[in-house]
Each structure stands twice: as C-alpha cells, then as structure tokens.
Design a protein around this ligand. Structure first.
Ligand code: GDP
Ligand code: MN
Length: 399
C-alpha cells in the first residue's frame, strides 16, 4: 500500500512581491517596499526608507530566513553589501533541491518591530475536501517544527462552501490567540479578505507567515506566499503572466509545456514512465520493494499519444541517475502500440541502451509488446507490476 498522500502539485508559484501586489486589491496592507535588481538600486531604495530595512531574496521557496536569504539592515550600506553577496547566486533552502534557486530580485521593505509572530494560511485540505483556514500562535521560521512537535498549537477551520468562515467559530479561534482587543477585528477582517482573494485568484495556497503584532498592537503581514491552481489558467491569464520560469526546474518546465507531470526525486536509479497518479504511486512502491528507488516519475496522463511519449522518454533519460527505465502503462484511450512506437523512436534518437522493464496492459498491448521485442532495445517484459519488481531486483543485483 502506498502511504504517500497525493496532494495536487501546483507549479504556478508567485514571488513574495507579486503576492503582495495581488493582495493589495483585497485590502491586505503590507509594509512599504520596493523591488531592486542591483546593489545600487537596493542602496537607493533602502535610503528612501531611512536605512532600517529588511532585504529579502525573491525566490520560489520559503525557508529563506534560515538559508541566509533575509537580512535585517540598519543602513543602506549594509543593504547594499548584502545585495552584492546574494544577487545572481543560488540559494539552497529546506524547500529547494540541492541546486537551489537563483536570486535575481530583492525586495526591500521597511523594518517592523515585532512583538508576536503568528501563522496564517488558507489552503485546500484533502481531508476536508475544500479550503481550510490554518492559524497558529507560534508563527515564524519554526512553523514546521511546531506542526511536528506541538500540532495542538495549529488550529484548522474548514470554510463553509456557502457562507465562508462562520463568524462565531472565527471569533472563538481568534479569542484563543489572546490578542489585544483592537487586533481581534483586524484579524477577522484579514481572514475574510484573504478568503475572498483565495477564491477570486483560484489559489491553492495563500500563506502569511509571519503575521505579526507590532509594539503598537498593529497587525502586519510580513511575508506572503501564493500558489495558483494550474487548471485555472484559462481564467487567470493575468496572474499566469507573472510566471517566472527562471525559478523552475528546467526539466519540470519542459514537461509542463507538454502537459506532462514530471517529478524529480532526490535519490534512486529508476526512471518511471506511467500514466495516472494511482499507477504512479503503485509503481513507486513496487520500485522501492525491488530494492531500487525511483529517480523520478513522469505521468503522461490518460489520453497520451506518440509525441507525448517521446518527449516523456527524452525527459526521463536526460536524468543522469537513471540506470533502468520502468514503463508501467494502462492503455485505455491511449493505444499501447503507439506508445511502444514512441518509446522505440525516442530510444533510438537518444541512443538509450539501458534496460527497459515494461508492464503494459490494455488496448493493443500485444501489438505493443511485439514492437518492443522486435526493436534493438534491452527490453524486459513483465507480466504484471509484481513481476516488474522481481525483474528490476534481478537486474539491479547483476549490474
Ligand atoms: P521566509 O524565511 O522565507 O519565510 O522569509 P520571511 O519573510 O518570513 O522572513 C523570515 C523571518 O525574518 C521572519 O520570520 C521574521 O522573524 C524575520 N523578519 C522578516 N521581516 C521582518 C521585519 O520587518 N522585522 C523583523 N524584526 N523581523 C523580520
Ligand atoms: Mn515566511
């Protein structure tokens, strides 16, 4: 059984500065700030804010604070020095892969004096099958630790699909945060505004962490992260124009352009070509059971064709860690013979000569198998997925 929970992976991420701009339309007010792309610009912006500023790397990742991507500065000179050291470099955070992501822009904001830090987000929760509000009194950089060690400090409230957050429930939660009186209403207003933004922008996540209380009891959002549902492209064109491909893994971008779902994994030597998320999970389990580990998986979707398979193949084998290719397909609408032709053509084109283990069922599978067997490829036909694991295990021991 797979224990991996499938949560839809959103590829449309926004930068913090873009998220701030978007939320302006929903009356969410952030500290004043500007974007700069050179040390000189950062110097000038910092100067316009009297030098006491926060400079933040704009990357598609959280955890910047811990990775050295956020700097509290006391002078424009200090901000400039920080910019010099970080612009054009890659930052590796707990949320990026080992290559990290490039810093091309910095956001400079006024510095806020923090009294308390809260966590606030709205996301789609698979358990509630809808948007939920998540709040914690322990916001800031250690929220993952809070979730793990003291989950009772994280409060979840599902939104009612018709009326949104129920006011009495909201008030109850807010009261439990023990805020100064004047901040309570602000907090509730902010949640309602965020929910409007969440719906209107087809977000899958809007996260404000930290949302702080300053020394004067003002409630101020200091950071913001928004992910948009990829399927909303047709009606969120202006948001999708904000896409920053330089922040994406180039192979994932290529896959996306072909409407393929590619996920690179950190270890492993088996490239997995599958169709459908369930089959992908099962394939990963079987691969692990064989003693190997998936290097990646690529889901070509339900109705696939030859060109898509060819691109999928090219993408998978461009991963240097791949020593075996495991193809596990259920040909329903798609035809197994066309898939096989795609595999053979792409393998030839990429001079791929490593073992390919194939488990394939459905429409024209016999014809598909014969195309594969008659090719020059190192094909190992598996009768079923269990058998594929055995074949993989034998091959892996032999290598
Ligand atoms: P993240 O680490 O990527 O989530 O980046 P954040 O923008 O959340 O910044 C990281 C941390 O820097 C926050 O949790 C705050 O503790 C701190 N920080 C950010 N802005 C300010 C600010 O204006 N004043 C102070 N005192 N701390 C800040
Ligand atoms: Mn943050």
């Amino acid at each position: 059984m797979s224990v991996i929970k499938i949560v839809r992976i959103s590829l449309m991420n926004l930068h913090e500065y873009q998220s701030r701009n978007l939320l302006k339309d929903y009356s969410i007010v952030f500290p004043m700030g500007d974007i700069g792309e050179s040390p000189e610009e950062i110097y000038n912006i910092s100067k316009s804010y009297d030098g006491r500023v926060v400079v933040k790397a704009q990357i598609h990742s959280g955890g910047r604070g811990k990775a050295g991507g956020v700097k509290l500065c006391n002078s424009p000179e200090e901000a400039k020095e920080f910019a010099k050291g970080i612009l054009g470099k890659n930052i590796i955070t707990s949320q990026t892969d080992s290559d990290g992501v490039i810093v091309e822009k910095l956001l400079v904001t006024e510095l806020t004096d923090i009294d308390r830090e809260f966590y606030l987000s709205i996301t789609i929760d698979p358990d509630f099958e809808g948007p939920v509000l998540i709040i914690s009194s322990e916001g800031g950089m250690d929220i993952e630790k809070v979730a793990e060690e003291t989950p009772e400090k994280i409060i979840k409230l599902p939104f009612d699909p018709i009326i949104g957050a129920k006011p009495y429930e909201l008030r109850k939660i807010i009261r439990s945060l023990d805020l100064p009186k004047e901040a309570n209403n602000e907090f509730i207003k902010m949640i309602n505004n965020l929910y409007l933004a969440f719906l209107a922008t087809d977000s899958t996540l809007i996260e404000i962490n930290p949302l702080v209380l300053d020394k004067k009891n003002n409630l101020i959002p200091l950071d913001c992260k928004i992910n948009i549902d990829d399927d909303s492209f047709f009606r969120q064109k202006s948001i999708f124009e904000l896409r920053d491909k330089n922040q994406e893994n180039p192979i994932e971008t290529r896959a996306k352009d072909f409407d393929l779902a590619y996920v690179k994994l950190d270890q492993g030597n088996v490239g997995c070509l599958v169709n459908g998320a369930g089959l992908a999970m099962a394939t990963m389990d079987v691969t692990t059971k064989s003693g190997c580990f998936p290097a990646n998986f690529l889901d070509v979707g339900g109705s696939t064709d030859k060109e898509k398979i060819k691109e999928a193949f090219r993408i998978l084998v461009s991963d240097k860690n791949v020593e075996f290719l495991l193809i596990n397909l259920f040909a329903g609408i798609a035809r197994a013979d066309l898939i096989a032709e795609g595999v053979v053509e792409a393998a030839k084109e990429t001079s791929f000569d490593l073992p390919i283990i194939v488990s394939m069922r459905g429409t024209n599978s016999e014809r598909g198998f014969s195309i594969l067997k008659n090719s020059d490829l190192d094909i190992h036909i598996a009768e079923n997925l269990g058998n594929a694991a055995e074949v993989l295990s034998v091959l892996n021991k032999r290598k």
